[in-house]
Design a protein around this ligand. Sequence first.
Ligand code: FAD
Length: 436
Amino acid sequence: MNSTMNDLPVARDTVILGAGLAGLSASRRGGVIYEKERGIGGTCGSLSIGGYTFDKGIHVLHTKNKYVLGLLSGRERPGLEKRKRSAWIYSHGVLTKYPFQANTFGLPRRIISECLEGFIGTFNNPRRKYDNYEDWIYGAFGKGIADNFYLPYSRKFWTVGARELTTDWLDVRVPRPRIEQVIAGALSIQKEEFGPNSLFQYPRRGGIQSIPQALAGKNAIIHLGEKAARVDLVNRSVVFTGGRKAYFRDLISTIPLPELVKMIDGIPSQVKTAAAALRYNSVFCVNLGVKGANLNKAHWIYFPEDKFAPFRISFPRNFSASTVPKGWSSIQAEISYSQKRPISKRSITEKVVADLISARIIKPRQKVKLIGTDDIKYAYVIYDHQRVRNLDIIQKFLRRYSVYSAGRYGEWKYLWMDEAILSGRKAAMEADRNRQ
Ligand SMILES: Cc1cc2nc3c(=O)[nH]c(=O)nc-3n(C[C@H](O)[C@H](O)[C@H](O)COP(=O)(O)OP(=O)(O)OC[C@H]3O[C@@H](n4cnc5c(N)ncnc54)[C@H](O)[C@@H]3O)c2cc1C
């Protein structure tokens, strides 16, 4: 891997912007990667400080894709270990298992009966296609489950109301159990697990960053610390902030679409407007070290209620013991924000610690230290009702100039890690095909 060079080669070849999973995956078919950071991995990166390792928000691998599994079991493999998910929800002062709709046991009786009544009521709903997430939630789960979990959680996580969201991102992401499963989960703790990540894999060492590291292998050509600043589609070149220039035949960009569009010279105003209208949320991570080896058995816990700052907390030690120093545990609290729902980054750590005490996750006098914070500007793509139309305008324009925009923020889709890897590969294959 090549980290810096004095002069960038004149590469009338494929230039790839971004060394996250999509860019690294694309580069397996050739091309040169330019990455703005000093390391690879992008959103699938980890921070290692003082014996602690924290990912950029919870990251677990739950793919069934044979190509991706094959890549990650090759010679550079990241040493993945299998885990059985332990995920919980803290609401109404108690912990219940995830997902909420199949595990109401333990909640106050009034809430359980509201949830059951509402769910049974959905059997009378006519089968139809819902055009917004709020209607879908009411239609699929009923009022009890909607009001006691999905709607408040959705507002907190997405930072916008569920009515503003479409339903085309749902597929397997929100599991819908059968009535007998909902009843079983209301009467006792049920053993059955739901959702695509009920079994997952996680690297033994090095955090989730081990996955991009394995993907890059030894052969990828990567220039680190090169932030693309301007793209000239006519002369087919990218200028980087340090003033260097790289020429390309094809451009595969995995950087966020709004950023790419902003840097293209002479972009039509219609495309500019469409890109500026793409919406996303951001996630601020507060990474804490906590004295004591047996803090909690969960992998993660959701917090749907507004009085708690995080939408989710996790315990990295339970993913891999290598993420903490001996005798210590750690907690990562993830807080969602956007222009619509801003947070105060300065006071958020104190609030998180107070929340952890109030939810009895840590004791009032337990030794806690702030290891660091991490601010993920582009975290989740918001599927609002204008997204498809805006994307269409942007993608049509880029295709005309053989620019392939790939990955989670290049396709502007809710892609998981395996899907980002496949997206990068698809872009590279398409570029190859169009060149012939
Ligand atoms: C909080 C959170 C939790 C997640 N949890 C999971 C999970 O549990 N399981 C799962 O499968 N997936 C998860 N994901 C999704 C997963 O992280 C992504 O699908 C994947 O990492 C996206 O890879 P990418 O290459 O498409 O984008 P990125 O990783 O964002 O790569 C883009 C790269 O471009 C670089 N770049 C940006 N601008 C420039 C520029 N101007 N010039 C040069 N380089 C630039 C960036 O630094 C970055 O390295 C999660 C995502 C988030 C945000």
